[in-house]
Each structure stands twice: as C-alpha cells, then as structure tokens.
Design a protein around this ligand. Structure first.
Ligand code: DUC
Ligand code: ZN
Ligand code: ZN
Length: 470
C-alpha cells in the first residue's frame, strides 16, 4: 500500500474551504485532517500557499469525432493528456450511433455498435478516467429498446439534436419518444437545442447573397432559434414527464427559458462552456478567415450575453460548465470552409483551459472559489452519476486531486498547450492561476511542468443515473 500526504493547502470543495492535509492510500482519499495532524506517508506533497481541489470533470468532449467531413484533431490519447495538464481528471465523451445517411448500407447503426466503436477508440489510450454518453442519431424502435441496456452498463445519458438535419437531427416525435424512454429507464436526455430546419434556410439565403465569411455562422444560427428550440425541448420533456439537460447553452434568451422552467419547478438543467463566457461574435468577425477558429455550435454570441451567463452560473440556472471540446486545425480542417462558412467544421479546442478560465472567473469576481469547483467538478459528477467517487475530496473518494497555484500567471498559446491543434482561442491572453500537480487515482500524473502519466492509466467509468433526481 502506498500513502501520500498533501499537506498545508487550502482544500476547496463545493461545500467547504478549509486549511487541511489530505491523506491518500493507494487510489483513494482516506482522511482530510487538521494541518500537521501527524499522519505518516511515503510521499509528502507540500501544498503551502496552494489550493487543493478535486480534479475537474468535463462532461462534454468529442475526442477523435468524425464530423463535418473530417475528424476532431485530438485522439483519446492526446486529448486526455491535455485535459490532465489543465487539471481535468475525468471526461465524459460522446459515443455516436451512426445515422443511415452516413453508412454505405443505408441502414442506421445500433447504439451497441456505436458504443463498441468508442470503447475501442478509448480503451488503453486514456491518461485519465473516462465515461460515455450516447448520441442517438436515429431514434427508432430498436434504438429506443437499447437505451435500457445502456443505462445498465453505465451509459446513462443520451444526446439528441434539434440541429444538423440529415446528420444527427431528430424531429419532435422522435424526441418525444426518446424522452419517454428516458423517463422510464432513468436515462437523462441531453439536448442540442437549435432549430436546425430554420437555420438551414438562413444558411442557404446567406450564401445566395454572397455572405460567405465565418461571421455569418453566428448570424444564421440566430439566438432566437436557440431560444425557440430550448423552449420546445423543455415542453416536450414536460409532456413526457422527463427531466432534460440543455448542452452548450450560449444565448441569454435560451437561458431565460431554462430559468422559467426551473422557477416553475421543472427538472430542467443546463450547461454552458468557457467560450461563451470569454469569447464573442467579435472573434467570429476577426479579419480574413481568422473567424473560422471560433466557429462552433451553438455559436458565440454578442458580448452582452456574457453577463447573463455569469449570472446564470451564480443562480444555478446554469449548473455545469463543460468544454464541448471538438478541435479542428486551422490549416487543413477549418479551411475546408474558405468561401463557404457552412463548410467550416464546427468545434473549438478547450479541454485544457476550462479550469483556468473558470478560475479567472473567480479572479474577476464573477463566481466564488467554491462555486468554481461546484460547476467544474462536483455538479458534473452528480449530474452524470459519478459522485462522490469523482467531484469532491472526502474519505472514500478517488484521489483525483489538483494542487493549484492561485497566484501564478500564464499566457495562453498554441505554442505551449498540449492539445493537438494548431491554434489557441485565447492566444496571448493572460490568466491568473495555474495547475501545479495533478493526481489521478492517487498517482501523480502532472507535476511542476512534467507529464508523468501514461496512455492507459485512465479507466472506463460505469455511471449511475443522474443524482439530482433521486
Ligand atoms: N457543436 C460543435 O461545435 N461541435 C461538435 C458538435 C456540436 O454540437
Ligand atoms: Zn451539440
Ligand atoms: Zn458537443
């Protein structure tokens, strides 16, 4: 048995901040004690002047996802390593059911085939622990039946799309059926809420007018079309008697729909992402083709939306911040959309920068330290059935722990980040706070600028159902 003591740091969880020592035996936390309590250990990590926080839980990533005619640039190996560098010790990635249109035999794949494919991609390659949601690209009798089996295997959440007709899109009838099945099985439906049918009309009209630059991506994916879809998704969930989780919410009007539903006592949850808190349509409108670096869906919004999103994070109308990490290189991938914004692969890199950017939210006074940990670790763990194994520091929890230097500054850059993508959305931006040491199940995998983990350290996590609903 190995014993590690993290001594003298400020232990910050969603519930508490306390100067304490953390004692770890093998993979687990066994005690959080008064400083200098006198526990003996093989390894002592001095955390004086540091925060000691639970490793981040990023509940929305797309490693090596085939999308928009190409594949997201981070593999499970590179993406989970980058996550570790940034203080994230668990990801929940999206396995994908293949739609009929994307297969040569013209029939939709099963959920099982999709899940097996994702297990094969991740198995033996991850630096940190990982779990899966399932994207349902074809809601039919047989995929609906499969939902129950997946819930039993720890894949307890299912993403549906109101956008991307012909790719992932589900109509309202299919959405209703999946929500009903979710209510029956305990599976949580996650919704990409944008009215994709209306967006496609606006795309066609914009291109016909010669509006081909990246900034039109933000215009055609209109904020009201996010609000409308969010409203419709919530109403469909109410009719089905099911909870709902809205992913990557970016528009203030969509947030208002979630707020209203929650005020009415309905189980509506939502996440936003750092890009919506720190970037805006000004970035999409950068000169030349630079804006392509910022093309993701839902799109970036005008700066004014940021204050509403921070407020939503304080009031818990937004309860999780995930990354929607889906990186495409500027050269060779984003440039597929030169001369036609609709062909720019949608997605941004972010798995490495989430913890730091949210800490910057603490530095700038938007949220408290405890709220930082709540939205980045504790709530995503609870929402997706991983708590208290993940998301906190307490006896019995996995020793996924970050020693965080709250005063160190860093300048973000593609030249120093570890994501396999040739640009940073935050190039040249300085933030305060930096990961010093990362432990994954008791093993130091990052320390003082050195990576000490290896591919295959990360294990697949079978998740419980949403822990806010029971
Ligand atoms: N949005 C993105 O920006 N990328 C991947 C899928 C999605 O919904
Ligand atoms: Zn989405
Ligand atoms: Zn996504």
């Amino acid at each position: 048995m190995s014993r590690t003591l993290i001594s003298g740091g400020l232990v910050v969880t969603a519930a508490d901040e306390v100067l304490a020592d953390v004692l770890i035996e093998d993979e687990k936390v066994v005690a959080v004690t008064a400083p200098g309590f006198g526990a003996t250990a093989d390894t002592v990590i001095d955390a004086t002047g540091m925060y000691v926080v639970p490793g981040g839980v990023d509940a929305h990533t797309h490693m090596q996802m085939p999308f928009g005619g190409t594949t997201a640039a981070d593999t499970f190996e590179t993406g989970t390593r980058a996550a570790a560098w940034g203080g994230t010790t668990t990801i929940v990635d999206f396995a994908i059911q293949q739609a009929a249109a994307s297969r040569e035999d013209g029939r939709a794949g099963s959920l099982r085939e999709g899940l097996d494919t994702w297990h094969a991609k991740a198995d033996g390659n991850c630096a940190i622990d990982y779990a899966f949601h399932m994207i349902m690209a074809d809601v039919n009798e047989s995929s609906l039946k499969e939902m129950e089996a997946l819930v039993g295997e720890g894949v307890t959440s299912f993403k549906l799309f109101m956008a991307y007709p012909g790719v992932f899109y589900s109509d309202d009838g299919r959405i209703l059926r999946a929500l009903q099945k979710g209510a029956e099985t305990g599976g949580l439906v996650m919704m990409h809420a944008e009215n994709g049918i209306a967006i496609d009309v606006l795309v066609e009209q914009a291109l016909a007018k010669g509006h081909t630059d990246p900034r039109y991506h933000g215009e055609v994916r209109h904020q009201l079309l996010e609000a409308e879809a969010t409203h419709r998704a919530i109403k469909l969930a109410q009719v089905a008697g099911a909870p709902i989780y809205i992913v990557h919410l970016s528009a203030a009007q969509a947030l208002a729909e979630v707020t209203r539903a929650r005020d009415e006592g309905f189980n509506a949850f939502a996440e936003t992402c750092p890009q919506y808190l720190f970037l805006s349509t000004d970035d999409l409108a950068r000169p030349g083709f630079e804006g392509a670096k910022y093309v993701c869906s839902t799109p970036l919004r005008p700066k004014e939306h940021q204050a509403a999103l921070w407020r939503g994070l304080r009031t818990d109308d937004l309860s999780v911040v995930s990354t929607d990490h889906c990186p495409f290189c500027f050269k060779g991938q984003k440039d597929m959309g030169l001369g036609d914004f609709s062909k720019i692969p949608n997605g941004l890199p972010g798995v490495e920068t989430r913890m730091d950017l949210l800490h910057q939210g603490v530095v700038e006074g938007h949220i408290s330290r405890r709220r930082w940990i709540e939205i980045a670790s504790a709530t995503p763990a609870r929402m997706f059935g991983l708590y208290p194994r993940k998301g906190t520091i307490a006896p019995g929890s996995d020793a996924d722990i970050v020693v965080y230097d709250p005063t160190a500054t860093q300048v973000h850059s593609a030249s120093t980040h570890h994501m396999a993508v040739d640009y940073s959305c935050y190039e040249g931006r300085e933030t305060t706070g930096k990961v010093r040491t990362v432990l994954s199940r008791g093993r130091v995998i990052v320390d003082g600028g050195q990576y000490r983990g290896s591919a295959g350290d990360g294990q697949f996590l079978r998740r419980d159902t949403c822990q806010y609903l029971r």
